[in-house]
Design a protein around this ligand. Structure first.
Ligand SMILES: [Zn+2]
Length: 396
C-alpha cells in the first residue's frame, strides 16, 4: 500500500460540493473528482443535537485550530473517496452553502454570507492535511481499522516534521531524534519520551521559542519551524537546548526520578539569571524529599527556585475531615462555656464576632505552627479558624 501526504485548500475540496438532504450526505468535491460520503459510509451526523459539532468545526477554522488529518482512498479509476473526514468536510460544505449559521463572540447569528471578507477568505484558504492511500481494498480497510483502533499514527511533532519538512527538520532530527546519540541518556533524566517519537526535538523547539507552559505554544513552535524551514543550521536550537540542560544538571546534580518531564525550559527562562548557593539547594532538596507532608515531589524544584515561598507547589498534606470535626467540637464546647467565639482569633477581637459561634462549614483547619516552620499535620497542631481569619493567616 502506498500513502502520500498532501495539502488541499478548503476552496478546492469544496469545489462542486452539494449536500443531499434526502440521503443525508455530502456528495462531491475537488471539481467532482472526490466522493465525500461513499455509499458504505454512515450518514452525516454532525448536525444532530442542534449541530454543536458542525459549528465547532467552523469555529476551529476561524480560530486557526488544526482540524486533524483526513484520509482519502485513491480508487482504481483515479478518483478519490474520503475514508476519514467526511463529517468535517461536509460540515464546512454545509456552512459555506448556507445550511446553518454560527454564533460568534458578538452573540449574533452569522451565515457564511454574513461573515466579513477576511473571515470568508480564512475559511476558504485553510489548508487541510490529507493522507492519500492507494492499495487493495482489503489492505486499505485493514489499515484504516488499525489507525482507528491504535489512534492516529503520527503524533503532533511527527506531523509537524512532515508539514515543515526541509533542511532544518533533517538537521534537527539528526541531533535530537537519533536514539544512538550518546546524550540521550543524559537528556532522559529531564525529558520523558523517546528520541524515535520526537520527544526531545519537541522539547528543544518549545524551549527555543520560549513557548513551554503557554497556551499559544503550538503557534510559536510551528512559526519557528516555518521560519527556519530551509535553514540547515540548527546552532540556535542546539545551544538553547544545551543551556537549559547544563543549567538544571549543575543546579540539581543529584538526579531524582521526579525531575523527568518537568517544564525545565519555562523554569530556565524564569530563574536562570538568579544566583543560588549549591550547598543550600542540595540541603533544601534533601529536606523536602524526606518530609512526609510533601505530597507533590515534582513541585520541589520549582519551589526551591522560586525562593521557597509558594507552598502550593508542594501540595502539603491537609487535615482530614475526622480531625477537623473533633477539633471543631472541642473548641465549640469550650467557647460556649466561656461565652466567646469558637474562632480563637475572633474571640480576642472587639467587634461583633467576638462571641459568634461559627458552623463547621464556616471554618477551616489551620496549622498552629506552620508546616514551613516544622509544624506537623496532626491533631495536636490543628486549630479551626473562621474562613476570614484562616485566609488572612495563609499557609505561613
Ligand atoms: Zn475568626
Amino acid at each position: 500500500m502506498k500513502t502520500t501526504l498532501k495539502q488541499y485548500k478548503v476552496s478546492d475540496l469544496l469545489d462542486g460540493f452539494q449536500f443531499n438532504e434526502s440521503e443525508g450526505r455530502g456528495l462531491f468535491g475537488l471539481s467532482g473528482k472526490l466522493t465525500i460520503q461513499p455509499e458504505y459510509q454512515r450518514n452525516y451526523i454532525y448536525a444532530e443535537n442542534n449541530g454543536g459539532k458542525e459549528r465547532a468545526v467552523i469555529d476551529s477554522l476561524l480560530k486557526g485550530y488544526p482540524l486533524g488529518l483526513l484520509y482519502f482512498n485513491k480508487t482504481d479509476d483515479g478518483r478519490l473517496e474520503v475514508l476519514d473526514g467526511q463529517q468535517r468536510i461536509t460540515s464546512i460544505g454545509r456552512f459555506v452553502t448556507g445550511k446553518f449559521d454560527i454564533t460568534k463572540a458578538d452573540r449574533e447569528n452569522h451565515s457564511f454570507d454574513g461573515l466579513s471578507q477576511d473571515e470568508k477568505d480564512k475559511i476558504m484558504g485553510t489548508e487541510l492535511l490529507v493522507y492519500e492511500c492507494e492499495g487493495a481494498e482489503s489492505e486499505i480497510k485493514q489499515w484504516f481499522e488499525t489507525i482507528n483502533i491504535a489512534g492516529v499514527p503520527l503524533n503532533q511533532q511527527e506531523l509537524w516534521n512532515a508539514i515543515y519538512s526541509g533542511e532544518f527538520v533533517t538537521s534537527a532530527k539528526r541531533e535530537f531524534s537519533n536514539s544512538q546519540n550518546s546524550n540521550v541518556r543524559k537528556w532522559s533524566a529531564y525529558i520523558s519520551g523517546s528520541a524515535n517519537r520526537q520527544d526531545f526535538l519537541a522539547k528543544a523547539l518549545v524551549w527555543v521559542c520560549h513557548g513551554e507552559g503557554r497556551s499559544d505554544s503550538d503557534r510559536l513552535v510551528t512559526s519557528y519551524m516555518s521560519k527556519h524551514r530551509h535553514d540547515g543550521d540548527i546552532k540556535e536550537l542546539e545551544n538553547y537546548f544545551n543551556s537549559v540542560i547544563d543549567w538544571v544538571s549543575t543546579l540539581f546534580p543529584e538526579v531524582e526520578k521526579e525531575m523527568r518531564g518537568l517544564e525545565w525550559g519555562r523554569l530556565y527562562d524564569a530563574y536562570h539569571e538568579r544566583a543560588y548557593d549549591p550547598m543550600k539547594v542540595k540541603e533544601a532538596v534533601q529536606g523536602l524529599y524526606s518530609d512526609p507532608y510533601v505530597k507533590n515531589r515534582k513541585g520541589i524544584f520549582e519551589y526551591i527556585l522560586g525562593g521557597e515561598t509558594d507552598t502550593k507547589l508542594l501540595e502539603v498534606r491537609v487535615f482530614d475531615d475526622a480531625t477537623k470535626k473533633i477539633v471543631y467540637e472541642q473548641q465549640t464546647t469550650e467557647a460556649e462555656n466561656k461565652g466567646i467565639s469558637n474562632c480563637p482569633l475572633c474571640a480576642i477581637g472587639h467587634d461583633a464576632n467576638a462571641a459568634h459561634i461559627y458552623k463547621l462549614s464556616e471554618m477551616d483547619a489551620d496549622h498552629v505552627t506552620a508546616w514551613s516552620k516544622g509544624g506537623a499535620t496532626d491533631i495536636s497542631n490543628c486549630q479551626m479558624l473562621c474562613k476570614t481569619h484562616n485566609r488572612a493567616k495563609g499557609n505561613r
